[in-house]
Write a protein that binds this ligand. Sequence first.
Ligand code: TRP
Length: 335
Amino acid sequence: MAMAERARIFSGVKPTGHLTLGNYLGAMRRWVEEDQHRADALFCVVDLHALTVEHEPARVRRLTRQAATLLLAAGLDPERCTLFVQSQVDEHLRLSYLMECTASDGEMRRMIQYKEKAAREQARGGSVRLSLLTYPALMAADILAYGTHEVPVGEDQAQHLELTRDLAGRFNERYGATFVMPKVTYPAVAARVMDLQEPTSKMGKSHARTAGIVYLLDEPEVVRKKVIRAVTDTASDVVYERGERPGVANLLDVLAACTGGDPERLAEGYASYGALKRDVAEAVVELLRPARKRHAELAADPAYVDGVLRDGAERARALARPRVDAAYRAVGLMA
Ligand code: TRP
């Protein structure tokens, strides 16, 4: 990267469920507050990735528009960054095929997320879609098509990013320098917000049980109820112990992320779980208030949102096209 050039950042969010507090604290907030200001940033609603498991077409479309609307509501500024929908830019699929031709069957099957999701799918008696296996090739294409330097994601994406780097290196070595080697960056605080009912697993948007998940569009009353009912543990004093007391630690992490404090220090201010939960609930409600309000305004104007996405897709296409064409030529295609 030349000194004067700004870093290019790419990240994506999958429209497989309503966006959660985990998405916001783990990723979106940093995109809004830092990344779009310091870098040449692209943010993508990766709808093609939502088709790797059983899906309802109308729901995917609705969640795709909702995710884009929420990203704008949270503060992504289309004048500062490029916001778009993956399926509106063909370059992702064009490059994904070349990534499938670069990756090996074995390395795809080693992906933890594939193994977990495939096992879950099989346990339900369903079949595993081939696209679930090849998902990381598409993800690598998402990133590499743009000459991305940095990918801000949650820690659960580490293995996919490592694979992306392997594929970039292998392709460059075989066919000549084509792709930039991307690096992953994780958020500093609350990288992983845990499920309030199951504090040892991530607050994921696609979980079936929703009592432990705070959605960005939950009404304040619903947020309060979910936080108050959060699982803690049998002790009653408030200390920060991630391993031993994951429920309380998660609440303290969320509070710290909302208020900018330090979880261990915050723990000292509480004598009971009840008081902690009340403060966490209010902090979360306040944190989400502006985005909820802005979302309601934007949702009333879908034509505006669609226009932003159309412009974003056009910009993205123009950025990706030359590099994907170069990759096609490099492997021997008549692009
Ligand atoms: N796999 C990511 C997730 O499950 C989503 C994603 C797809 C992504 N393509 C990407 C993230 C490219 C960053 C960059 O959250």
